[in-house]
Design a protein around this ligand. Structure first.
Ligand SMILES: [Zn+2]
Length: 409
């Protein structure tokens, strides 16, 4: 009897999860009318309606005559935002510090769930965590419908060890994939707090990206130094993240190789500085490290202004959110427009359809169109004229399910 109970309990849980997920499919058609609809690819429609059946969008079009389930004349509806670079488990511990002595695995798991919820409520319906082993059960709990959170992808175990042989680099990639990785993360340069110099050799970078490609996986390459960025682009790696020390030459090279570029300008360093006391004294969070970060903000702004002049460079949106930053992910988009001078539509496309493409999910999310998953949000105002509207999320739907609706306030 005991054995039978143990076997059936997970089955019941899985069935319950499936029922919860499929229930709306047989239920009813939901319609959302909005004053403005942004399709995520640069298209704008006024007074449009979006119809949803089950988890999918079945129509986007003129909504003048339809009775809408949700009527948002003052609001803008757009695809759920995507953050291609977060650390979903990163949090401040019980003592308020960014280290977590004495924390139990159960406590750590709850912090991950809290961060997931904060990002979903902030309008992020997909995030890629770069990454930790704890991400895997969190990803699966969210995917099964047991826990509210964004669709989650993870790198599970980043590659940091510069002493590995090329065979060992390939073995690391294979192990990460076997452990459930959706994406491979490699550290090809030092942290910006240590100056950002290249660490992995060009050959190690190429070995990792070749092996991942052979397994059908994408690679996110942490690289500050221009040399590391060059190696990543030449090796055919998917995305360079950070890139704080690039010049026009590296921007051109990434554009020529189709490398996605994910700079951070508006949240990462600001968050560290706002929370300096919580980080100070842990690892390379020392006065020298903070000096690199304080100096880094204007340098990153200048780099970003240079990068957006390269119109053929695919600039994606990943915040690198760590403890203190989850739920404030849209700060990066707002900063890119208000300080970096990027066009609002370009910044929105980066966080929706372009990010979906970088994640290999362009057929599923990132665009409002018939057949796509119904991941969409409503924001108070028009982000094309006031990008900060992205920080006023009033409605969140993921896979046809409404997770937030404060539109009636
Ligand atoms: Zn990161």
């Amino acid at each position: 009897m005991r054995t039978r109970l143990i076997v059936t309990a997970p089955v019941v849980a899985i069935l319950a999860g499936l029922l919860a997920m499929t229930a709306p499919a047989s239920a009813q058609r939901i319609t959302i009318r909005a004053g403005t609809v942004l399709d995520g690819k640069g298209g704008v429609q006024r007074n449009a309606v979006i119809a949803i059946e089950g988890s999918r969008i079945v129509k986007v079009g003129d909504g003048a005559t339809e009775t809408a389930t949700y009527d948002f004349p003052r609001f803008t509806v757009l695809p759920g935002m995507i953050d291609a670079h977060v650390h979903i488990g990163a949090h401040f511990g019980k003592d308020g510090r960014a280290s977590t002595p004495g924390e139990t695995p159960a406590e750590a798991a709850l912090y991950g769930a809290e961060n997931a919820y904060a990002m979903l409520m902030a309008g992020f319906t997909t995030v890629q965590s770069i990454g930790a082993p704890n991400d895997v059960p969190l990803r699966d709990a969210i995917a099964s419908g047991r826990l509210p959170g964004p669709r989650l992808l993870t790198a599970v175990t980043p590659l940091t060890d510069t002493s590995l042989t090329l065979d060992q680099v390939r073995a690391h990639v294979r192990k990460a994939v076997a452990d459930g990785a959706d994406v491979i993360k490699i550290f090809a340069s030092k942290s910006i707090r240590d100056g950002g110099g290249q660490t992995l050799s060009d050959a190690q970078i190429k070995a990792a990206c070749d092996e991942a490609k052979a397994l059908g996986k994408r690679v996110w390459v942490h690289a500050h130094a221009a040399s590391a960025v060059r190696a990543a682009a030449l090796a055919g790696c998917t995305t360079v993240t950070h890139g704080s020390q690039i010049t026009d030459a590296e921007a051109d090279l990434m554009a020529a190789h189709g490398t996605y570029f994910e700079p951070q300008t508006g949240l990462l360093l600001q968050n560290y500085i706002e929370n300096k006391a919580r980080y100070m004294g842990i690892g390379n969070y020392n006065e020298a490290g903070f000096k690199f970060m304080e100096d880094g903000i204007p340098l990153n702004d200048a780099m970003f202004k240079m990068a957006i002049r390269h119109h053929d460079l695919k600039i994606t949106m990943g915040t690198d959110a760590v403890a203190g930053a989850h739920g404030r992910n849209a700060n990066e988009i707002v900063h890119r427009v208000q300080v970096g001078g990027q066009g609002a539509m370009d910044a929105i496309v980066a966080a929706t359809s372009l990010n979906a493409e970088a994640l290999g999910l362009q057929g599923t999310i990132g665009t409002l169109a018939s057949g796509m998953e119904a991941d969409l949000i409503a924001v108070d105002g028009d982000p094309l004229s006031d990008i900060a509207a992205l920080q006023r999320v009033v409605f969140v739907m993921k896979g046809g399910q409404v997770y937030r609706n404060v539109a009636g306030r």
